[in-house]
Design a protein around this ligand. Structure first.
Ligand code: KG4
Ligand code: ZN
Length: 342
């Protein structure tokens, strides 16, 4: 069947990245531009919603402009605007959605509201030819979930975040240890310095189902820090700022623990769904080379393929939003101009 031709502008503003991208039916992803607010939020150890919204408002025009220029397109070339409308920080989402609506209304373009998580789920398909059905292990700052994916836009959730997400666990534990936000890359760096050994055997939790719960792990690390006299809970201060060895050991034990949790769930899943040929590891945490390697070993042992996006498509981006927008446009799944945010 011949594909309908679309030139999509993707817009993403659900958390702390202001992003825009252009995707066309014939040439795929032509640009994927982004302004990250990480610097603004680094000193607070997390995202401040009000500040995030304000920064989106300041940056969005420049980023959309850059995405058009990089793609060698003008606004007239765009026929459809795909924008993240859920889930996310409401104020942050509203900046992107209101901007997209304004563009769609003024330029008489089509509008499509996109689920941010659906963007992550299909992000490994932008650069790779992944055959269906596949499993997506989607792990970001706000979500940890396993999806069974039957086709574009057709997937079921096998398990999701019961409390804290994996990225959140990295971020919160890093904050306890006075390390900068986001915690994931810093924890990975410290863990590599001690060759990813497990020093403290933090609890792996329940490996029997496909849901994820990391708040118990976070509490276990907190209690361990208090017991080791590394953290004062009354003053909320980390006391081993000069003890790099201790920091490396905590970081490494934490990463190995999360690696074991992913491995345990994925092995169980391969046994339950033998028809699955591939695993896609996506979301910001999928930038982690150690976790990629752990999952590569599991896939090799079970004769499955592992796919993960390049780093720019793992962390929040508009390329994945434009990509999902494209297959929705093929199915005529457009939104009205009263599109809400969630
Ligand atoms: O997908 P993402 O950019 O935003 C959300 O949708 O939440 O993911 C951000 C998360 C943060 O929690 C960050 O600590 C984590 O991804 N992250 C990592 C690494 N790089 C980013 N976690 C572990 N290892 C990394 N190298
Ligand atoms: Zn995300």
């Amino acid at each position: 069947m011949n594909k309908k031709q679309f030139t999509i502008l993707g817009i993403e503003s659900s958390c702390d990245e202001t992003a825009a991208a252009v995707f066309t039916t014939n040439d795929g992803l032509l640009s994927n531009e982004l302004f990250s607010q990480i610097q603004s939020h680094a000193h607070t150890g997390g995202v401040i919603p009000e500040q995030a919204s304000r920064e989106h408002m300041e940056k969005i025009i420049t980023i959309v402009h850059d995405a058009l220029i990089k793609a060698n397109k003008t606004f007239d070339d765009i026929d459809t605007i795909a924008v993240t409308h859920k889930p996310g920080l409401p104020g942050a989402l509203m900046v992107g959605v209101a901007f997209a609506k304004g563009l769609a209304f003024a330029g008489n373009k089509k509008l499509i509201g996109i689920d941010h998580l659906e963007g992550h789920v299909f992000s490994a398909c932008i650069e790779n030819n992944v055959s269906f059905p596949f499993v997506s292990l989607t792990v970001s700052g706000g979500h940890s979930a396993l999806y069974l994916v039957h086709d574009f836009g057709n997937y079921e959730i096998l398990g999701s975040t019961l409390d804290d997400a994996a990225g959140e666990a990295f971020d919160k534990i890093a904050k306890l240890m006075n390390l900068p936000y986001p915690g994931g890359p810093v924890i990975e760096k410290l863990a590599a310095q001690v060759q990813f050994q497990d020093f403290f055997s933090y609890p792996r939790g329940n490996l029997k189902d496909f849901n994820f719960s990391f708040s118990g792990l976070k509490t276990a690390v907190l209690y361990h820090l208090i017991k080791a006299q590394a953290y004062n809970p009354e003053t909320k201060t980390f006391l081993k700022n000069d003890d790099i060895t201790f920091q490396q050991q905590v970081a490494s034990s934490l990463l190995v623990c999360i690696g074991d949790i992913f491995e345990g769930k994925v092995i169980r899943l391969f046994k339950k769904y033998p028809e699955i040929q591939s695993l896609c590891f996506v979301g910001g945490v999928a930038c982690n080379k150690y976790l990629r390697q752990r999952l590569q070993t599991v896939c090799n042992n079970h004769n499955k393929n592992l796919f993960y996006p390049s780093n720019k498509l793992c962390t929040d981006n508009a390329g994945m939003i434009a990509f999902v927008g494209h297959f929705k446009a093929q199915n005529n799944e457009f939104s009205k101009l009263d599109l809400p945010v969630f």
